[in-house]
Ligand binder design. Structure first.
Ligand code: SF4
Length: 164
């Protein structure tokens, strides 16, 4: 069984079919311009901050301290994927807490000059545990979940796999 990571959590909340593709090492279309845009936003934003921290199994975009408190950040190119970004970052906060590290989070949308602060709570932890159980069931399936036309299909790099 694969270990659940932040990308899987984000995919689960964005599209369960995308989650299955990624867990089965199906490579998305690397020429998709939205992938390039996402990389560019991540590379060009918050250059003054330290970026990309591998902590155990998770790769966190930004880690900084503020008044003695640890803040971890996740950069997203657009708030179209707001919910998945929020749950991905909650997963990182939970992951750190499980290892004795207390932190707060910020989901960052540099193109929109916007950030969403996050503090982990018991209800979110329960939701994450429920999601992780369902993720295990989804990736154990032999075929992907049914496709559904959703707004995220437009920029999705897996679009040709679903709608060609
Ligand atoms: S094209 Fe749509 S259904 Fe297919 S993986 Fe992407 S978001 Fe999911």
């Amino acid at each position: 069984m694969q270990r659940i990571n932040g990308t899987m959590i984000a995919s689960y909340y964005a599209c369960k079919r995308e989650l299955w593709y990624m867990a089965h090492q199906i490579t998305p279309d690397q020429d998709n311009p939205f992938l390039d845009l996402g990389r560019l936003v991540e590379e060009e934003s918050y250059q003054e901050e330290k970026k990309k921290f591998l902590i155990g199994d998770v790769l966190i975009d930004i880690v900084r301290s503020e008044e003695g408190k640890l803040i971890v950040g996740e950069i997203k190119k657009s708030s179209r994927s707001k919910r998945s970004g929020i749950m991905q970052l909650y997963f990182y906060l939970w992951y750190l807490k499980e290892r004795g590290v207390k932190a707060r989070g910020e989901v960052l949308f540099p193109r929109e000059k916007r950030k969403i602060p996050l503090v982990l709570n018991r209800a979110i932890e329960e939701e994450l545990k429920r999601a992780m159980r369902e993720i295990e069931l989804i990736i154990a399936q032999e075929v992907p979940p049914r496709r559904e036309k959703i707004p995220l299909c437009t920029p999705c790099a897996f679009r040709d796999f679903c709608f060609a």
